[in-house]
Design a protein. Structure first.
Length: 137
């Protein structure tokens, strides 16, 4: 995980990346009263994605950058119309997939290109993203 130093992400740029879409984890509904009660009781525990979590119910597809081992490195959440909702990781948000233990195979994704990913990454406004924005150009 990112440790606050731009150089800590440099290893990500030496590997062959795969880019693709998935519809996994796009079925978030509104919180039930039980979930709301638990969130209220645990308000003091820091959230992994404080800015993005509220937008999860709007996500219809994810565009992922996957390293050669299948681990998500960057993610972009997309709405019904393919518009970006958020990207991660950034200084406040670890990311949904980038903070999970999910390992993807190429067969699980609808593959796309690096330029398409980069175009949406640049289009998506968020906090500075682990120094990744400057290194990818």
């Amino acid at each position: 995980m990112w440790d606050g130093q731009t150089d800590s992400c440099n290893h990500l740029f030496d590997e062959k990346m795969t880019y693709g879409f998935t519809t996994l984890a796009t079925n978030f509904g509104p919180d039930t009263w039980q979930v709301k009660a638990i969130r209220t009781a645990l308000f003091f525990i820091p959230k992994a994605n404080p800015d993005n979590e509220i937008k999860y119910p709007q996500v219809r597809r994810w565009l992922l950058e996957i390293d050669h081992t299948g681990i998500p490195v960057r993610e972009i959440a997309l709405d019904d119309h393919g518009n970006p909702l958020f990207k991660a990781p950034d200084f406040r948000n670890h990311g949904f997939w980038t903070d999970s233990d999910k390992v993807f195979s190429r067969e699980e994704l609808s593959l796309t290109t690096k330029p398409e990913f980069e175009q949406l990454w640049e289009k998506t406004k968020t906090k500075e993203s682990c120094g990744l924005d400057d290194h990818r150009r």
